[in-house]
Design a protein around this ligand. Structure first.
Ligand SMILES: Nc1ncnc2c1ncn2[C@@H]1O[C@H](COP(=O)(O)OP(=O)(O)OP(=O)(O)O)[C@@H](O)[C@H]1O
Length: 304
């Protein structure tokens, strides 16, 4: 059985009156590649900053690799490869000086890995940090996060400033490499179509709450669009967890998050419908902007 490396329990964080994290609870297992998905302002960076011990939550507990980030931030820093959304570095230092400076903080700094990553990321060792492009800056930040063989890697929107070729390389080479080392990875992202092939688990965060955490494949098996011709749509039922409703002239489409159960129920009642698979983009949209509160129990619907 795999080991739980991160446990977050009932985490709350407010800034003034705004409750940014609302009773956030989740676990991550050793070796998982986990994508934290959410719109702008959903609370992804706040969650990650709490995990790194950079902010103090109002309540709740975090156990990361057996340590509390708030009480033992140094222990966390030693073991985690962290890339911040707005990585701060000294502009006057060169790339190589920055690497030497950061290496002093880590016992198991791997100079061979640094050499490989310098080449892979096409970083000019003698260039001053202030002259680097946005993408080069992120690649340097990634190098610094990975060179000490961290037990876990936490990356805040790592691909945001990378061009499409670098993003592809990041996804394919870097994540695959970390996966082969059984390194646990938690990263936040907006680019769902790129997350889909690599993440083992996705967490959908919205307004400081986790709407769903599931294995990527399980999510795609569970969340489906069901299309009913007018007059055959089922009434709301506790068995059917609807996350989005699309009313059209001739039919009604419901996106449900428990397809297997719903299928069994509809088949039992001989209600016919069409099933459509959804990609991660569509699933995410249904969760964060779905209109499940609309009445879909039209007068001519059939009760389930
Ligand atoms: N230091 C702070 N002081 C006040 N409000 C903050 C602070 N940090 C974050 N917030 C607010 O908390 C909310 C969540 O911000 P957060 O940066 O965690 O979101 P995010 O999901 O990472 O967004 P993005 O994708 O845009 O980076 C936002 O409304 C933001 O304005």
């Amino acid at each position: 059985m795999s080991e739980t490396v991160l446990q977050v329990n009932q985490l709350c964080k407010s800034y003034g009156k705004e409750q940014v994290l609302q009773n956030l609870s989740f676990n991550i297992e050793q070796g998982q590649i986990v994508a934290l998905l959410g719109r702008n302002g959903a609370g992804k960076t706040t969650t990650i900053r709490a995990l790194m011990g950079l902010i103090e939550p109002n309540s709740g507990d975090i156990n990361l690799l057996g340590f509390s980030p708030q009480a033992q931030p140094i222990e966390i820093r030693k073991r985690i490869g962290y890339l911040a959304e707005d990585q701060k570095m000294y502009g006057w230092m060169t790339v190589i000086e920055t690497i030497q400076f950061v290496s002093a903080f880590f016992e198991n700094w791997d100079h061979n890995r640094v050499r490989t990553l310098l080449q892979q990321f096409e970083l000019p060792p003698g260039a001053r940090v202030k002259t680097l492009s946005k993408g080069q800056n992120i690649r340097l930040g990634l190098l610094l996060a990975l060179a000490h063989h961290p037990q876990m890697v936490i990356l805040d929107d790592p691909v945001l400033g990378l061009d499409p070729i670098m993003r592809k390389e990041f996804n394919r080479d870097l994540i695959t490499h970390l996966q082969a080392e059984n390194c646990t990875v938690l990263y936040s992202s907006h680019l769902l179509y790129e997350v889909e092939p690599i993440a083992d688990v996705v967490m959908i965060l919205n307004e400081g709450r986790i709407l769903r955490q599931a294995a990527t494949e399980e999510l795609k098996e569970d969340v489906k669009r069901l299309i009913f011709s007018k007059g055959t749509a089922p009434l709301g039922s506790q068995k059917m967890r609807v996350i989005d409703v699309e009313q059209r002239a001739k039919h009604l489409a419901l996106i449900v998050e428990n397809f297997q159960e719903v299928k069994a129920e509809l088949d039992k009642r001989r209600i016919s419908y069409e099933v459509q698979d959804l990609n991660l983009d569509e699933i995410f949209e249904a969760y964060v902007s779905g209109r499940s509160e609309l009445p879909y129990n039209q007068p001519d619907a059939v009760e389930v």
